[in-house]
Write a protein that binds this ligand. Sequence first.
Ligand code: UDX
Length: 433
Amino acid sequence: MNIAIIGSGYVGLVTGSCFAELGNKVICTDNNRKKIESLKQGIVPIYEPGLEELIRNNVKRKRLKFSPSIKEAVRDSEVIFITVGTPSLENGEADLTGIENVTRNIAVYMNTYRLIVEKSTVPVETGNWIKRTIQTYIKKKISFDVASNPEFLREGQAINDFMHPDRIVIGVESKRAKEILINLYKPLNAPLLITDIKSAELIKHASNAFLATKISFINALSRICDKTGADVKEVAMGMGLDRRIGRAFLDAGIGYGGSCFPKDVDAFIKICEKLGYDFGLLKEVKKINQQQIEFMLRKIKDALWIIKDKTIGILGLSFKPNTDDIRNAPSLEIIKALQAEGAKVKVYDPQALPKARAVLSNVKFCLNPYILARDSDCLLVVTEWDEFKELDFLRLKKLLKRPLIIDGRNIYEPKLMQKLGFTYIGIGRKPYG
Ligand code: UDX
C-alpha cells in the first residue's frame, strides 16, 4: 500500500518506518524542512531503540522516503496518517491547529479517493471536524473516508509495541475504510477492535487517563505506606496478583511525566468539561501526581535538613528509561525546586544529557554516576535506568560526602542498601538504615 505520514515526530517516524518494514511504500513528511533534510541524511532526531536502523534499512530498500512536500505525499498515497502534535494550550485543551492545517492541505491536494486516518491523540469528535473541513476545502467532487486509529506506543519500546500490540483500534464509518485498514494491519496478526470513530477517539483518552489513575492510586498509597511502615511494593504485588487489577502501572515513585499522560489527562478533563461533565476523579489524579514531587522534596529536606549549599547528584533526567525525552520530566521540576533552595546540582543520564544541556542552567553535567557521586551530599534516583541498578555501590559510598540515597523510583532494596552502609529512603518503602 502507498502510505503518507504527515508529521514526522515520534509517532510518525515509528509508524512510518514500521509500515515500511511490513512491505508498504511510505512517504513521511513534515512542515519542519530542516528535520526532513536531516532525516534524508540518516539523522534521526530522537533516541528510540532500533528506530535508526529500521529507518536506514527501509530507506535503502526504497520503501521509505522523506519529503518536505505534503502535496507529493497526498498525491502518491491512498492512505494518509495524520501524526502531527496536539500540544496543550494554556488552559489544558489540546491545540488542534496542526490537525486543521494538515486537513486543509489534504483537501486541496487530493485528486482521487483517499483514506484519512487520525493517529494523533485528539478529542472525541475531531473525526467529524476533519470530515467537515475536507468537505469545505475540497476542490472537486472526490470521495474520501476518515478513520480513527489511535496509537498506544510507549517511548523506549515503541517498535515492539507497534509490531506486537495488545490490540489495534480502528474507528471507521465505511466498509471501504474498514477493509483498507484491516488489510494494512493483517501482517501483525493482532487482536482488532473495529468500532465507530467517536468510540475509537475516546478509547485513546480513556486508556491513558486510566493508566494515569493507576499510577496516582499507587502513589497515594505510597503516602499511607510511609506513614504506617508498610511497603508499597508488597502492596502493589498483593493487589496486582488479582487478575482483575494486574500488576502493571502500579509502580510508586515521583509520578508520571512525558509527552502523553500529563497532556492527555489535562485535555480529557477539558473535553469532559465542555461536554458538561466534571470528571473530578481525573482532577484528583493530576493533583496527586503534582504532590508526589513535593513529597520527594520533603524527603530530601528531612534527610539533609538545610538544602542551601548542599550538593545533590541527580541520577536520571529523562521522564522514563530508554528514551532521551525530557518533556514534562519530573527531574526538571525537582532540579528547579532544589536550585531555588540554593542547592548545587549535578546530573547524569545515559541518554538525555544533550537535550538537558539545552534547558538546564547552573547544573554540573557529569559523564558517569561516579563523577556525579564525587563530593555529593546525596544521590537522588529520578529515572529507573537499568544501568543504575548495577552500580558499584562501595565505590559510590567512598565518593559521596555521606552515604545517602533517596530513591524516587524504588529501584533498590532497602535492606540491601542498609547492609552496604547507606541511609536509604524510598517512596513508601519499609524504612531501614
Ligand atoms: C504512554 C502510554 O503508555 C502509551 O500507550 C501512549 O500511547 C503514550 O503515552 P509513554 O508516555 O511513552 O506512553 O510512557 P509510559 O511507559 O506509559 O509511562 C508514562 C509515565 O508514567 C512515565 O513517567 C513513567 O515513569 C510513569 N509510570 C509508569 C509510573 O510512575 N509508574 C508506573 O507504574 C508506570
